[in-house]
Ligand binder design. Structure first.
Ligand code: SF4
Length: 357
């Protein structure tokens, strides 16, 4: 049955809202259905954290951030390096820089803009985040399409055009369902349905509240939607990371640098490396001549490439050239290293243990 039509009478919309009232997930950034809306700061923060990251991974970071910076003004006043360090491990670090930038703009404005266009103008807010904040925090009608919504809508309407061409059709489908009343609840209901029932594999059509209108279910091939574009292999890069240590006044220390500017992992504390990028292998040239030892290798998959990084170790009683700092090995967990470098550090320490048991 094709249920496309004007909201709010749309039966799919009604069924979803009814289902949400009794099945909404409990999340630290969410007000229960019918309760007063959560403040925009928490909704914006959670939405930025949730970009390309799972709910389970975000929850502890969200709780730490909101305990430490209780308002957008507090976050705006924080040193960027503190925010970057608190973000370490969550990935996609450009989000953390944009987070601080956005907090400062909002603090300057005095409050978050309440409409989608005003939100879209803020740093780091794409179409999805602006629509999500407008509808969930401010009750504005906005068409919210994330990966979950994309999957649900493409199945409901059996949209057989491959992504990304299908995005316009999917947005139109979501638009046809979005109600004027309770648009925030509706957006969250769609997200919850996608996360808990209409899952990528083995969707639970038997208990789905909108099953009777779902075209993909009627065809018996729910998992075929959304139709994916043909796969393109990620480039594989090779790099080297340098584990430079000395015996410091308080014990063993390792040389850490701060990565430059706005590039990959820019602004983050890191181990020195040989200049690998998403497009180039590293030079394999160490920063100085020494008896370098091979301490193993780590592989890390970024969005657009995978990297296999050899870990080379040497001691250097004097600081290597260029800016950096000696960091106590006993506190390496507190350095805020991004995951790829934290793995390399763990690899280096394991390698040294094998070499000098
Ligand atoms: Fe998804 Fe199945 Fe529900 Fe359709 S019926 S929306 S495929 S869970």
């Amino acid at each position: 049955m094709d249920a496309r039509g004007d909201s709010p009478q749309n039966p799919i919309t009604q069924a979803l809202l009814a289902w949400y009232r009794s099945h909404a997930r409990t999340l630290p950034w969410r007000a229960p259905p019918g309760a007063p809306r959560m403040e925009a700061y928490r909704i914006w923060l959670s939405e930025v954290m949730l970009q390309q990251t799972t709910v389970a991974a975000v929850i502890p970071y969200f709780e730490t951030f909101t305990r430490r910076w209780t308002s957008v003004e507090a976050l705006a006043a924080a040193p960027e390096e503190d925010v970057m360090a608190a973000w370490a491990g969550l990935g996609y670090y450009s989000r953390a820089r944009r987070l601080v930038e956005c907090a400062r703009v909002v603090a300057g404005l005095g409050a978050f803009p309440q409409d989608e266009a005003g939100l879209r103008a803020l740093p780091g807010l794409g179409a999805y985040t602006a629509a999500a904040v407008a509808s969930i925090a401010f009750g504005q009608r906005a068409v919210v399409v994330d990966g979950n919504v994309e999957r649900v809508v493409s199945r409901l309407f059996a949209i057989d055009t491959p992504l990304p061409t299908a995005k316009t059709l999917i947005r139109d489908g979501a638009d046809s369902l979005t109600p004027d009343d309770h648009p925030g609840d509706f957006a969250q209901a769609m997200m919850d349905l996608g996360a808990t029932i209409c899952t990528p594999r083995s969707p639970k059509c038997l208990i789905c509240p909108v099953a009777e209108w779902c075209e993909a279910r009627a065809e018996g091939k729910a998992e075929a939607y959304p139709v994916k574009p043909p796969k393109v292999a990620k480039p594989a890069r090779i790099g080297t990371v340098f584990w430079i240590t000395r015996e410091g006044p308080q014990g063993a220390e390792v040389w850490l640098v701060r990565r430059e500017g706005k590039g990959l992992l820019g602004g983050m504390r890191a181990l020195p490396e040989d200049g690998w990028t998403a497009r180039l292998d590293g030079s394999r040239q160490p920063p100085f001549a020494a008896a370098w030892r091979d301490l193993g290798a780590v592989t890390h998959v970024f969005t657009h490439f995978s990297l296999t990084m050899t870990v080379q170790g040497a001691t250097a009683p004097t600081p290597p050239e260029g800016p950096g700092e000696w960091w106590p090995l006993a506190r390496i967990d507190e350095a805020g290293l991004p995951t790829v470098f934290a793995r390399a550090a763990a690899r280096a320490m394991a390698g040294l243990e094998l070499e000098f048991p």
